[in-house]
Design a binder for this molecule. Sequence first.
Ligand code: GLN
Length: 229
Amino acid sequence: MVTVGVLALQGGFAEHLGLLKRAADHLSIGREQQLAVRLTEVRTPEQLATCDALILPGGESTTLSLVAAQSGLLEPLREFVKVAKKPVWGTCAGLILLCEEASATKRGGQELIGGLDVKVHRNHFGRQLQSFVQDVDLPFLGQGETEKQAPFPAVFIRAPVVDQMLHQADAPGRAIEILARYPSNGEGDDIVALRQGNVFGTSFHPELTDDVRIHVWWLNQVIKARRED
Ligand code: GLN
């Protein structure tokens, strides 16, 4: 049994759970294992302790970290990500929380969980009104397959980008994999998907699409990590 949690304090947790449910039907490891995936909402340290992996949804990162602090979850989350090194995936505001540094906000600093040795630029594309959907190439989805993957319809809503690597990223075993840039024609410098060890992040919102491919890919990574445990 693999228990996958979704942090359910604020933001798009219900949408992630919906896509995870659908993704569990698409896993490449056969029917027996599919049944062994348990999905759960996480609002308390006790619920987090039952999880083998966690999604941090989009929403508003300052609010998310305030509510996490009030719920006594900040330290357990840091422990989950950085000490236990369990698989985590942050989307948009969730990605911001998983970065070691974020660009200053009007109200000054915000508590982050960390785990990715990068600095993230919040609200990079502007305000809510400047939200957009953009096809992005995600070659990592097609690893091991000969056919080229169709681009992913990436939903950007007040999205962050990763624009700076921190020096810790040079340490042995801390390599950062840049999985997608925007725009995806190779000219863009803005990193919109990346992975460092157990921590995966996307600037955009796959849970707001019908496209289940990233959820399937991530669940397969989670199951692989669990088997190697
Ligand atoms: N801009 C938001 C923040 O800083 C994130 C937006 C989102 O998750 N859609 O938290």
